[in-house]
Design a protein around this ligand. Structure first.
Ligand SMILES: Cc1cc2nc3c(=O)[nH]c(=O)nc-3n(C[C@H](O)[C@H](O)[C@H](O)COP(=O)(O)OP(=O)(O)OC[C@H]3O[C@@H](n4cnc5c(N)ncnc54)[C@H](O)[C@@H]3O)c2cc1C
Length: 383
């Protein structure tokens, strides 16, 4: 395939690549951008795609609002209840104590994806030099000449063709939609079990239909995937207890392998990596896409700075990308570190770790400043 040259080539039309294109063009409509997208042109072909519930922070909502990409169908989280199965220690975070309208929002992956496509189409109408190319996965390599290449190819753990630093937690996530009798509206539950975190989160389908994310060993997760619905619900009730209400129905079960894979360097010459192409995280803290959107927003600012003036020199482009990498250091390191810490500490069964974990949850409950600091990091990241 042969396409004209461009200033900025964005590879990957997932949420992060789309958002990066949209924020750059919104500020600089004349930008010469080409977006390579492996997804189908028609949104209807995505409506049966990935329906897993993603927790987006209030900070991400504010960012997506700037390009009118916030989906209509979302569920707010007003309270988060954190506990560990069969051990002491629990914490409750509420929107009132954090003085926020919501602690987070749950949205289906495909709705975020489709809404970002709508937002980018609206911006495209005013962007004469923007080319949005849909490509076939099996097509030949492209030979586009670009002054700057943004990698937003994303991907899930173990499906990526690069492995750099990280950790295999030996866990899979079983996700699905579970119906609960008389669920508390807008409440999210996170329970740390011997095999991994188990989260039950609100959904836009109604108060009693909740998103389930059950992390466990790959073998147990595979076993649970194959259980009959009634066997699955009994196993879930045994692990979760009765606090949430009776589990009535399960649907749309899917498995994802989990791990940490991150690049030490975010740039090389005129190339830069963002979103899951830069770091792929365990979903325990619901941070992957939130971090990726912040990547996209800040990179867009740097790209506008580099390309909106006179013809940019290679050194000016490299300076801009290095400035980007520098500006992402603290947020990225903190988010990766916090997520990795939670994924490991909350699955350890060593007695001292179990005791420390209980104390940490109690401390969170009784030390409001610690709770607020943690919640702020989750909601807005670090700048
Ligand atoms: C079970 C689970 C639960 C999660 N929960 C949360 C959560 O609650 N909160 C949160 O913030 N994050 C969560 N995440 C993480 C989140 O899904 C990712 O961080 C997010 O999808 C990353 O977006 P992305 O655009 O970088 O990558 P992707 O979503 O992977 O999109 C990349 C796109 O690029 C395309 N592509 C790939 N290669 C090429 C190529 N060579 N050329 C062109 N296109 C290409 C792909 O087809 C794809 O469409 C969760 C992840 C999992 C697995």
């Amino acid at each position: 395939m042969s396409l004209p040259s461009c200033d900025i080539l964005i590879q990957g039309g997932g949420p992060v690549g789309l958002a990066c294109a949209a924020w750059t063009l919104q500020k600089f409509p004349d930008a010469k951008i080409t977006l390579l997208d492996r997804n189908p042109i028609n949104d209807d072909d995505l409506t049966n795609a990935d329906s897993r519930g993603i927790a987006l922070s209030h900070g991400s909502k504010l960012l997506l609002d700037t390009i009118h990409a916030w989906p209509n169908e979302s569920a707010q989280i007003h309270r988060v209840h954190v506990s560990q199965a069969g051990r002491f220690g629990r914490a409750l975070m509420t929107r009132e104590e954090l003085k926020q309208e919501a602690l987070g929002h749950i949205i289906r992956y495909r709705d975020i994806h489709i809404n970002l496509r709508h937002a980018l189409r609206a911006i495209k109408a005013k962007s004469p030099n923007f080319a949005w190319e849909h490509i076939n996965k099996d097509a030949e390599e492209n030979n586009i000449h670009a002054n700057c290449i943004v990698h937003a190819e994303g991907g899930l753990f173990k499906t990526q063709d690069w492995v750099e630093s990280g950790r295999d937690y030996g866990q899979s996530a079983l996700v699905g939609l579970v119906e609960v009798e008389n669920a508390v509206p807008h409440q999210a539950w996170e329970r740390f079990t011997a095999e991994g975190p188990l989260a039950v989160l609100p959904s836009h389908y109604g108060h009693n239909i909740l998103n389930l994310v059950w992390c466990g060993s790959p073998e147990s997760s595979q076993y649970r995937l194959q259980l009959s619905d009634s066997e699955f619900l009994s196993a879930l009730e045994k692990e979760f207890g009765s606090r949430i209400g009776r589990f009535l129905k399960i649907q749309d079960r899917r498995l994802y392998e989990l791990g940490l894979n991150y690049r030490k360097e975010l740039t090389k010459d005129n190339e830069v990596w963002i979103g899951n192409a830069a770091q792929t995280l365990h979903p325990v803290a619901g941070q992957g896409l939130n971090l990726g959107l912040r990547d996209a927003f800040l990179l867009a600012e740097k790209l506008v700075g580099a390309f909106s003036g006179f013809e940019p020199s290679p050194s000016k482009i490299q300076d801009a990308l290095q400035g980007y990498a520098q500006s992402r250091k603290v947020d990225r390191t903190t988010t990766i570190g916090l997520t990795d810490f939670m994924a490991r500490v909350f699955t350890s069964n060593l007695a001292p770790v179990v005791a420390a974990r209980g104390l940490a949850l109690s401390a969170l409950q009784w030390l409001p400043p610690v709770k607020t600091a943690l919640a702020r990091q989750m909601m807005f990241g670090r700048r």
